[in-house]
Design a protein around this ligand. Structure first.
Ligand code: NAI
Ligand code: MG
Length: 358
């Protein structure tokens, strides 16, 4: 049999990015060689804030052309204390996601076996969500401007852009995702009471798409009320679809409710598969713990599972996620989850478990 060989571009970038990406690649290489049913080939890119400070650019001019030759992109985190966040975000992460039309940002969250939700009554299995975030337009379309800078009458606008094309393709992807999950339930998040243009069209398109999914249970929530439902009735939610900004905020809340921002993954998908998709832990570069060797690698391991699954290796992905949960259940966890293990110790424990289980 001919084995699939996947070419992965890795962009560790800043802060704890390189620490968790090293851990993720170690685990991915381990599972590939152990299963021996597929191969992974990594190419590392040093596109980070140091490069920006030295050359004025995060990426070379032909970066997108280069990335298009890969099957997937594994990304760490971007952001440095001495570079404004809007520069690092727009010149690296968004500079990849938006032109590569990775319009669906998929953010699963659950309470792992062996870990605890800060919600007193929430047990493993009661919080198991996937948030689908619009990733190409909305509030992060970059429209707007500033005039009269520095004057008392300075004006700035930040215009949200919602297109029928952009909303409909995202809604369809979200409804398909809901259909693939056992609960067959989707919650459409909106703010159409206050935002009476884009959000009203968003609701209308959701209702239209819902007609093609009669097997799904569909409900609608205003984003503010959604935060209370996530906290008070986590078991009442399954698949959640929201705008770029709303889902950005809700997914950090989701990660915290599941135990730590250090476990949650993100996939930036081009569902048409014309371009490679990008996979990253949800957290940022975490300057406060950089270099201490205590960054939780679990978010990157789950990210690796999401990447394998997207590449067509769902069985390996499911096995790896089980193993990561087994390691948590054994109590081998970093400090953010209440444990005392280092990044390397958790990584080694996952590799050992791959050895003994697969
Ligand atoms: P952050 O996610 O980097 O950190 C928030 C808190 O969570 C910190 O206390 C940090 O120590 C902790 N934390 C994060 N990841 C962890 C892990 N794997 N294990 C243990 N603890 C972890 O968010 P913050 O502080 O708002 O941003 C720091 C920088 O990261 C900024 O420059 C920001 O722009 C950037 N950022 C980049 C993202 C990306 O590349 N996709 C996403 C979010 C932030
Ligand atoms: Mg965020």
């Amino acid at each position: 049999v001919k084995r699939s060989n996947y070419r992965i571009a890795s962009i560790p970038a800043d802060g704890i990015g390189p620490e968790v990406i090293d851990a993720g690649i170690a685990v991915l290489k381990k599972i590939a060689t152990t299963l021996d049913t597929f191969e992974l080939d990594f190419t590392n890119f040093d596109w980070n804030s140091d490069r920006y400070k030295k050359t004025g650019k995060y990426m070379p001019d032909d970066a997108l052309k280069t990335l298009k030759t890969f099957d997937a992109i594994l990304f760490g985190a971007v952001g440095a204390p001495d570079v404004p966040d809007h520069i690092s975000l727009w010149q690296l992460r968004l500079a990849i996601c938006q032109p590569l039309q990775q319009y669906a940002n998929v953010r699963p969250t659950k309470v792992f076996r062996g870990t605890h939700s800060p919600l007193r009554n929430c047990k493993t299995g009661q919080l198991d969500w996937v948030i689908i975030r619009e990733n190409s337009e909305g509030e992060y379309a970059g429209h707007g401007g500033r005039s009269h800078q520095g004057q008392p009458w300075e004006t700035a606008t930040e215009v949200s852009i919602f297109t029928r094309h952009g909303v409909e393709r995202l809604m369809r992807f979200a409804f398909e995702t809901a259909r693939s999950r056992p609960k067959k339930h989707i919650t459409v998040v909106t703010k159409s009471n206050a935002q009476r243009n884009g959000m009203v069209m968003w609701d209308e398109i959701a209702a239209l798409v819902a007609k093609d999914f009669p097997d799904l249970k569909v409900d609608k929530m205003l984003v503010d009320a959604m935060t209370t439902r996530m906290v008070l009735k986590p078991e009442s939610l399954d698949t959640i679809v929201a705008t770029n900004l709303h889902a950005d905020i809700l997914s950090d809340l989701a990660a915290a409710l599941a135990g730590s921002i250090g476990i949650a993954p993100t996939s930036n998908l081009d569902p048409t598969r014309e371009n490679p998709s990008m996979f990253e832990p949800i957290h940022g570069s975490a300057f406060d713990i950089t270099g201490k060797g205590i960054a939780n690698p679990v978010a990157t391991f789950w990210t690796a599972c999401e990447m394998l699954s997207w590449l067509g290796e769902k069985e390996a992905a499911d096995q790896l996620l089980e193993i990561v949960e087994d390691v948590c259940e054994k109590g081998i966890m970093t400090a953010d989850l209440g444990g005392s293990a280092t990044t390397i110790e958790v990584t080694q424990a996952v590799c050992d478990e791959i050895d003994s289980k697969l």
